[in-house]
Design a protein. Sequence first.
Length: 108
Amino acid sequence: MSAIRICAEDELGQDQALRVDIDDLSIAIVKDSTGTVHAIGDTCTHGDISLSEGFVEDDTIECWAHGSKFSLETGKPLSLPAYEPVPVYRVSIVDGDIYIDPTDIISV
């Protein structure tokens, strides 16, 4: 599969997440506090909770339901109760638009 346009970069605010569904995948597109855009699996590994509804702080996203924090760079959980990582996808920004290839997983 090739990269898919998600949205314009300026449509995603700083410290904000957006859920996108591509086929059977749910992916959170997140702009962190430095303005870097990340793409991670949207489902918390502790429970079936959407991470894009959580809280973005620095380079982490926190599950709103149980408080597990995940690294936006590695997908690794940084706090319990989650202990399994979420996948991280490569992000490309071309002419101000955010693209991801859901088959291009850079970390699990």
